[in-house]
Ligand binder design. Structure first.
Ligand code: TYM
Length: 340
C-alpha cells in the first residue's frame, strides 16, 4: 500500500493557502491511502517561538485538520516532537546531506536574507528534518503546495544518497536495495500557489504584515466576505477563456480560489463567469468562501478550547506513529552500524 505523509508548521495563523494547497487535499486521500498528518513543532522552532504561542498554534493546526475533515481514527494525527525518531533520523540525514544542498534552498535563502550567519543552525538543516519526517514512514506521496517542491526534491536526493552510501550494508542486512523510497510530490489542482489578496505577485503567507493580504482560517463570515470584496484586481472583466488569465495574476488567483473551493477546474469556472465583471464574481466568491470556511472556522474555535480532546488525539496519533517510526529506525541503526 502507498502511504501519504504531510506536515504543517505551527508558526502563526493558518490561512487559505495552507487550507487549499494542503489541508483540504488531505481529506479525500484518507479514502485511498494510509495517511499521516503531522504538526511539525520541531520545524517551527527553527525561528524563535514563544512557548505559549507554540502550544496554542500546535493545537490550532490539529484543530484545523479535524475541522477540515481529517478523521483522527482513520489518519494518524500527531505533533512531531512526541516521536523522537524524527530527530534521530534527521541527525543521520544531516550526515548524509551536503552543506551545499542546504545552502542552495530558496526558502533558506529567503528566510536567512543577507544575514545568513546569524540564523539558527536548525534553519539551515530544516530540509533534513523534513526528509526524516517523510522517510521515517517510507511515505510514497506527499501532498503540499508549490513552495515545498524544492524541499521534496532534496528529500529524494537524501533517500538516494543514503541508499547508495549504505548499499552494501543494506544488502548485508537482507533489506531491499531501495531502502528509502523515492517520494512523489502531490502538487496538483487549481490552488497550489495562492497569492496575496493585496498583491497578485506575492504568495499568501503567514508572515505578510498586512492582515488584509490573507484569509485566516479563524476569520469569521464577515471578515472573509469583506477581504474578498476588497481584494485587489485589475478593472477588466473576467476573460472568456482560461488562457486569458495569463498575465493577470490577481484574476488568476481569485478564479483559482473559486475553483478549489467548489472542486471545479478553472476552465469550468471561466465557462460560468467568463465575460462577467468583478461586481458579479466577487460576491459569488465571497458567498462560496463563507459557506465553505465559516463552519470550519467555528468548529476550529470550539476544538481549540477543548485542549483535553486535542491533546488526547495528538497523544494517540503519536503512539501509532512511533510504532511505524521505530521499525524504520531499528533497520537504520543496523544499516549505519550503531550497536544496540
Ligand atoms: P508550511 O507550514 O509553510 O505550509 C503548510 C502547507 O501549506 C502550503 N502552502 C500553500 N499552498 C498554496 N498557497 C500558498 N500560498 C501556501 N502557503 C503554504 C505549503 O506548501 C504546505 O504544504 N516545510 C513544510 C512543513 C513540513 C512538511 C514536512 C511538509 C515539514 N515536514 C513533510 C510535507 C512533508 C512547511 O513549512 O509548510
Amino acid at each position: 500500500t502507498s502511504r501519504v505523509f504531510s506536515g504543517i508548521q505551527p508558526s502563526g495563523d493558518l490561512h487559505l493557502g495552507n487550507y487549499l494547497g494542503a489541508i483540504r487535499r488531505f481529506v479525500p486521500l484518507q479514502d485511498t491511502h494510509e495517511t499521516i498528518y503531522c504538526v511539525v513543532d520541531m520545524h517551527a522552532i527553527t525561528v524563535w517561538q514563544d512557548p505559549d504561542d507554540l502550544r496554542r498554534a500546535t493545537r490550532e493546526v490539529a484543530a484545523a485538520f479535524i475541522a477540515a475533515g481529517v478523521d483522527p481514527k482513520r489518519s494518524i494525527v500527531f505533533n512531531q516532537s512526541q516521536v523522537i525518531q524524527h530527530a534521530e533520523l534527521a541527525w543521520v540525514f544531516n550526515c548524509v546531506a551536503r552543506m551545499g544542498w542546504m545552502q542552495r534552498m530558496t526558502q533558506f535563502k529567503d528566510k536567512a536574507g543577507k544575514n545568513s550567519e546569524a540564523v539558527s543552525l536548525g534553519l539551515l538543516a530544516y530540509p533534513s528534518l523534513m526528509a526524516a519526517d517523510i522517510l521515517l514512514y517510507k511515505a510514497t506521496q506527499v501532498p503540499v503546495g508549490d513552495d515545498q517542491k524544492q524541499h521534496l526534491e532534496l528529500t529524494r536526493d537524501i533517500a538516494a544518497k543514503f541508499n547508495n552510501d549504505y548499499a552494501k550494508s543494506i544488502a548485508d542486512q537482507g533489506l531491499d536495495a531501495e531502502f528509502f523510497p523515492i517520494t512523489e510530490p502531490l502538487i496538483a489542482g487549481p490552488a497550489t500557489r495562492i497569492m496575496s489578496l493585496r498583491d497578485g505577485t506575492k504568495k499568501m503567507s503567514k508572515s505578510d504584515p498586512s492582515d488584509q493580504s490573507r484569509i485566516s482560517l479563524l476569520d469569521d463570515a464577515d471578515a472573509i466576505s469583506k477581504k474578498i470584496k476588497k481584494a485587489t484586481t485589475d478593472p477588466e472583466p473576467l476573460p472568456e477563456t482560461v488562457e486569458g488569465l495569463a498575465g493577470r495574476a490577481e484574476a488568476d488567483n481569485l478564479v483559482g480560489i473559486y475553483a478549489a473551493l467548489s472542486d471545479k477546474t478553472k476552465v469550468e469556472v471561466i465557462a460560468e463567469y467568463g465575460g462577467k465583471g468583478w461586481g458579479a464574481f466577487k460576491p459569488a466568491l465571497a458567498d462560496l468562501a463563507v459557506a465553505q470556511l465559516a463552519p470550519m472556522s467555528n468548529e476550529m474555535r470550539r476544538l481549540i478550547e477543548d485542549t483535553t480532546t486535542i491533546d488526547a488525539i495528538l497523544r494517540d496519533g503519536a503512539e501509532r506513529a512511533r510504532a511505524i517510526a521505530e521499525k524504520t529506525m531499528v533497520d537504520v541503526r543496523n544499516i549505519v552500524g550503531f550497536i544496540r
